[in-house]
Ligand binder design. Structure first.
Ligand SMILES: *Cc1c(COP(=O)(O)O)cnc(C)c1O
Length: 376
C-alpha cells in the first residue's frame, strides 16, 4: 500500500511535495500569488530568461518546428545538434562531444557504455544520484570512497579489476565544495584508470571562459569524460559528454539513453548553443564576476568560510529543524529549500542556498540578516 510508505515518510519529516510556480522571473518566483526571492535555482547567471537564448529558441522553432521527430540515429540528427556538439568540443578542448536529453540520461547512457561486468567503478561517496544509477546499471563492481578521500581512492585503484572508471563531480551539488581534481588526475594516470568528471555545477561558474573546473585547472586533456548539463547555468536543457572521437563514436553505438530516445527539440538545442556562445562574450564575463561578487558578499556577511561555488549549505541536522528554518525564510519572502535524506546523508539536513548573478546586493544582505537571526 503506498499509503504506508507515505505515512512513514511524513512521520520522518521526509515527505516531499511539488510547489506550483506561476511566474519564474529571475531572481523572483511567484508561488500562490506571493512573490519570493529565489535562492534555490541553479540558474547561476540568470540565462534561463536571457533574450539571446529566447531569440535563438524562437528562431529554431520557426525554422525546424517544435520537435525533432525521432532518435538521432533515425532521422532526428539536425544540423544544429551537430553544431552544438562541435561548439562543446571546442569549448572543452576535446575531439568530440555528444548531447543527450538531460544530464541524468547522459550518466545512464554513458557509464554502462564504458564499463560492464568484470570492470570496476570507483565513486565519490557524495556523487549525484544519476552517477550512482548509471554505475549500478552498468553491472560493473561498485567501490565507493569517502568524500574527497585520496588515500582511500588510491587503495581502491590498487585493487580494482578490469577496466577502471573513476567517477566524481567538480562542484558537489549539495555541499558546494570542489573535488581535488589535480590529485585525482595524478592518481588515475598512475593507475591507468579512466576519469568521468561531472561538471553540472561548475559550468558557467568556474574557469576563464566558464567551462568548469577542468578549464580552471587547464586539465582538459587529462579528463577522459567531461560531463555536464545544459539545464543549470546554461539556462536551457540537455546533457553532454566531451571526449575523444573514439569514445564518442562508441557512445553513439552503445549508449542506450542516446539511441532509444527522441533527439532533444530544436528550440532546446538552439538555446543551449546561444548560451555557450554567450559565455565567451564580455557580458558573459561580467555576469561571472557579478556571481563571484555575490558569493563573496554572502559568505562575508554570514561569516562563513569563502565558498568556491554559488552553492552554500547551512547544515542544520534534523529534518524538522531544516524544514522549520526553510518555512521561516519563506514567511519572509525568501525561497531557500530544506534538503533532506536521501539527497544528503541522514542527520545532515540543511538549507541549500544557491546564488545567482541576478541577485542584487540588497537581496543578499536581506538573506544574510535573516540567516544570522535564525542562528541566534
Ligand atoms: C542536476 C545534476 C545532474 C542532472 O542533470 P539534468 O540535466 O538536470 O538531468 C547531474 N549531475 C549533477 C551533479 C547534477 O547536479
Amino acid at each position: 500500500m503506498p499509503d504506508n510508505e507515505l505515512t512513514s515518510l511524513r512521520e520522518n519529516g521526509l515527505l516531499r511535495s511539488l510547489r506550483e510556480i506561476s511566474s519564474p522571473n529571475p531572481p523572483f518566483v511567484t508561488i500562490d500569488g506571493q512573490d519570493l526571492i529565489n535562492f534555490s535555482s541553479n540558474d547561476y547567471l540568470g540565462l534561463s530568461s536571457h533574450s539571446a537564448l529566447a531569440a535563438a529558441a524562437h528562431e529554431a522553432i520557426t525554422k525546424y518546428g517544435t520537435g525533432s521527430t525521432a532518435s538521432r540515429l533515425v532521422c532526428g540528427s539536425l544540423d544544429i545538434h551537430h553544431e552544438l556538439e562541435a561548439t562543446l568540443a571546442t569549448a572543452k578542448k576535446t575531439e568530440a562531444a555528444l548531447t543527450f536529453a538531460n544530464g541524468y540520461a547522459t550518466a545512464l547512457g554513458t557509464i554502462p557504455a564504458v564499463v560492464g561486468k568484470g570492470d570496476t567503478i570507483i565513486l565519490d561517496k557524495l556523487a549525484h544520484a544519476c552517477l550512482i544509477d548509471g554505475a549500478r546499471l552498468s553491472g560493473a563492481t561498485l567501490r565507493v570512497f569517502p568524500h574527497n578521500d585520496l588515500n582511500k581512492l588510491e587503495r581502491l585503484l590498487k585493487t580494482a579489476q578490469g577496466r577502471v572508471l573513476v567517477v566524481t563531480e567538480s562542484v558537489f551539488s549539495m555541499d558546494g565544495d570542489l573535488a581535488p581534481l589535480s590529485e585525482i588526475v595524478a592518481l588515475k594516470t598512475k593507475h591507468e584508470a579512466l576519469l568521468l568528471l561531472d561538471e553540472a555545477h561548475a559550468v558557467g561558474v568556474l574557469g576563464p571562459n566558464g567551462q568548469g573546473l577542468t578549464e580552471h585547472l587547464a586539465l582538459q586533456d587529462q579528463v577522459d569524460f567531461q560531463m555536464g548539463t545544459l539545464g543549470k547555468a546554461l539556462g536551457s536543457a540537455g546533457g553532454y559528454i566531451a571526449a575523444s572521437q573514439d569514445w564518442i563514436d562508441l557512445l553513439i553505438n552503445k549508449a542506450r539513453a542516446f539511441i532509444y530516445s527522441t533527439a532533444p527539440p530544436p528550440s532546446q538545442v538552439a538555446a543551449s548553443l546561444a548560451a555557450l556562445q554567450f559565455l565567451n562574450t564580455p557580458e558573459g564575463c561580467q555576469l561571472r564576476e557579478k556571481l563571484n561578487h555575490n558569493i563573496a558578499l554572502l559568505t562575508s556577511l554570514t561569516r562563513q568560510t569563502a565558498s568556491p561555488s554559488p552553492i552554500i549549505p547551512i547544515i542544520i541536522g534534523e529534518n524538522e529543524g531544516a524544514l522549520a528554518a526553510s518555512q521561516s525564510l519563506l514567511d519572509d519572502g525568501l525561497l531557500v529549500p530544506a534538503i533532506r535524506f536521501p539527497t544528503v546523508p541522514r542527520n545532515t539536513a540543511r538549507l541549500r542556498i544557491t546564488l545567482s548573478a541576478s541577485h542584487s546586493e540588497e537581496q543578499i544582505q536581506g538573506l544574510a540578516q535573516k540567516i544570522s537571526s535564525l542562528e541566534q
